[in-house]
Design a protein around this ligand. Structure first.
Ligand code: FE2
Ligand code: FE2
Length: 228
């Protein structure tokens, strides 16, 4: 099984193992675990895998920013692209990525002593709820735009801007504070189990092939709106 990555082009990994070049800061060196030089591979921690997904989400936020700017200047953007972007955030970012955090990683971190209420996990959960509301409002605005509602454009632009600010800061906090904390407090067996469960979430929550579909969409929209 080939693992998809958003972060790099060297996709020569097997299952959840990756080569050392990618996210080496968040991975374990299996040579240290006795696999020996011929089996030198790197294990991607749950935090490392979620950080990799953040790369894809950040790219779509950049595309959203461009789309929103174009809408402001020219008053029109292709409806299909707006729907695809909203779908990406609803399904990939929220259902799948936030699902892995909320159902799997955060509960294990809580069990390991990281506080939820009035602690970092509680803050992340509250931001997921807020982000969900912005994405819902963007989706409603797209529907209204299709019906010719003149106020819908302003609603889309405002919610897109709020979402970009919120999620960019949220990802920064997870990448630099919460995930390193998780990688520190969870032992390797637990981390391996989490990574296995992430695969199940992908299969059961979004279905086989959906991750690849969104990966392709990201590249298509990147070419159109970011010019490369
Ligand atoms: Fe999150
Ligand atoms: Fe995240």
């Amino acid at each position: 099984m080939t693992k998809r990555t958003f972060a790099g082009s060297r996709e020569n990994s097997v299952h959840h193992f990756k080569t050392k070049e990618v996210h080496a800061d968040t991975e374990y060196d299996w040579e240290e675990c006795g696999l020996g030089k011929t089996e030198r591979r790197i294990f991607m921690t749950p935090g490392g895998q979620l950080k990799d997904e953040h790369e894809g989400i950040l790219l779509m936020l950049k595309i959203l920013d461009k789309v929103s700017g174009k809408m402001k200047k020219q008053g029109k953007v292709e409806f299909m692209h707006l729907e695809q972007i909203v779908d990406f955030f609803k399904i990939f970012a929220d259902k799948c990525h936030h699902g892995k955090e909320e159902d799997l990683l955060f509960p294990e971190m809580e069990k390991a002593g990281i506080p939820r209420d009035r602690g970092p996990i509680g803050v992340m959960l509250a931001e997921h709820v807020q982000g969900r509301a912005y994405v819902r409002a963007m989706g409603e605005a797209v529907e209204a735009l299709k019906k010719g509602d003149p106020k819908a454009q302003g609603k889309f632009i405002e919610n897109a801007s709020n979402y970009i600010t919120l999620l960019t800061q949220h990802i920064d906090k997870e990448n630099n504070i919460l995930f390193p904390m998780g990688d520190r407090v969870l032992n390797r067996d637990l981390q391996k189990q989490l990574v296995e469960k992430f695969e199940i979430v992908e299969r059961e929550k979004i279905g086989v092939g959906t991750h690849e579909k969104f990966h392709k969409l990201l590249h298509q929209l990147k070419e159109i709106y970011l010019g490369s």
